[in-house]
Design a protein around this ligand. Structure first.
Ligand code: ARG
Length: 408
């Protein structure tokens, strides 16, 4: 039987209780790993508290890992290249951070010689899928434990359990919302959001409250598909997501309200705020319009939803996802240039202009004025052949006494 377990630790009630519960019920030694993916903008101050809480709950150790840069450069970056939008809307916020956490859980399991990893997810959500499947693809020999899938405790039971074992949890009133946050945005569920007919409440939003009603215009510079500059100045992706998020979010841009299909068969109503991610994806997509060859562009657009589904479904480390990444990377070789965005309160973001040294837009070909270089005479024969098949069909139909097409 497993005797050392590495737990993905958040510092909250459930994972703190999980430390003690697994020790008591399963007789295991628990090592905690808290991975910072940008969920707390003031982590430095909270680190000591987190470690103290894990140890008070009975952990044999607690490691804090700053994975913000890795989250930005390896995970958010790929999501931008893939124009990630699950079911056409949600930019995969939580789905992107779980594989980062999994990677560190597995590394820590190897370091301490653990036979299992554990997480605090319940059986109803997608995050358990990402932890379980992610771990099994990176480390097929490790066991995955999910105490919250089996302990059958309500929140009140967990509070009582923490009190019984003197686990110091924050003395908050009943928590209304379940919120998951990282560099790509925030996912909010529970409370009145669970009624799809109810308007989303204002209170859980933090990134998209309108605090500035002036218009703002700014330019994102891209190199090979990656956003690398803000108004001409080089900027790491982590900072760019943050700064663009502040400029657009403070004008109310970046909220999503959707009913989505979870992997486990449940439809759920969730709201999101992802101003930086949505703004960068919008700009990236627009630059692709200018720089991608037509067939490549259309094929990429067909594959993008598949990529988002795979990542949503916990398949970050799957071979198909890796193959799609390789295809996307190849398409991005010439996605270089600038996109100018304009944001106005409340919540309107538009692309105002785009340019690229390798744009496929050719003014001579596109213009209707005297600078026109298009060979007009070539069009007639091309168009005649393009329509030849349907013209022949229509001709046969009418000779057979049929109407050539649908009645309009
Ligand atoms: N529904 C979203 C997803 O599956 C968000 C999940 C948020 N997780 C949470 N623990 N609140 O990616």
């Amino acid at each position: 039987m497993t005797n050392k377990v590495v737990l993905a630790y958040s510092g909250g009630l459930d994972t703190s209780v999980a430390v003690r519960w697994m020790q008591e019920e399963w007789g295991v030694e628990v090592y905690c790993v808290a991975v910072d993916v940008g969920q707390d903008r003031d982590v430095g101050a909270a680190n000591d508290v987190l470690v103290a809480r894990a140890l008070a709950a009975g952990a044999a150790g607690c490691t804090i890992i700053d994975a913000r840069r890795e989250m930005a450069e390896e995970f958010c970056a790929k999501a931008i290249l893939a124009n990630a939008r699950y079911e056409g809307k949600y930019p995969l916020v939580s789905a992107l951070s779980r594989p980062v956490i999994v990677r560190h859980l597995v590394a820590e399991a190897r370091r301490v010689g653990a036979q299992a990893v554990a997480h605090g997810c319940t059986g109803k959500g997608n995050d358990q899928v990402r932890f379980d499947v992610g771990t099994r693809t990176l480390a097929p020999d490790l066991e995955v434990l999910a105490p919250a899938r089996v302990w059958q405790m309500t929140r009140a039971d967990s509070v009582a359990y923490a009190a019984k074992w003197s686990i110091p949890i924050e003395a908050t009133a009943e928590k209304i919302y379940s919120i998951d946050e990282n560099l790509f945005g925030r996912a909010i569920e529970c409370g009145q959001i669970e009624d799809p007919w109810e308007a989303p409440p204002e209170e859980p939003y933090t990134l998209t409250r309108v605090t500035d009603t002036s218009d703002a215009t700014f330019t994102i510079g891209f190199e090979q598909g990656l956003p690398v500059k803000l108004d001409g100045a080089a900027c790491p992706l982590e900072a760019l997501l943050d700064e663009v998020g502040v400029r657009t979010g403070s004008r109310g841009f970046g909220r999503l309200d959707m009913v989505e299909n979870r992997r486990v068969g449940i439809k759920s109503r969730e709201v999101y705020e992802c101003p930086g991610a949505l703004a960068l994806i919008l700009a990236h997509q627009d630059l692709e319009d200018l720089t991608l060859e037509r067939d490549v562009h259309h094929e990429k657009a067909r594959l993008e939803p598949r990529w988002s589904e795979l990542v949503y479904d916990g398949m970050w480390y799957s071979p198909l996802k890796a193959a799609l990444d390789a295809f996307f990377a190849e398409t991005q070789r010439h996605v270089t240039g600038d996109v100018r965005l304009k944001v106005s309160a409340p919540g309107v973001l538009r692309v105002e202009g785009r340019r690229s040294p390798v744009a496929l837009y050719d003014h001579g070909l596109a213009t209707y004025d005297a600078a026109d270089t298009f060979r007009h005479a070539d069009a007639e024969g091309f168009v005649r052949l393009w329509g030849l098949g349907v013209q022949t069909w229509a001709d046969r139909q009418s000779r057979a006494g049929e109407r050539p097409g649908p009645v309009t």
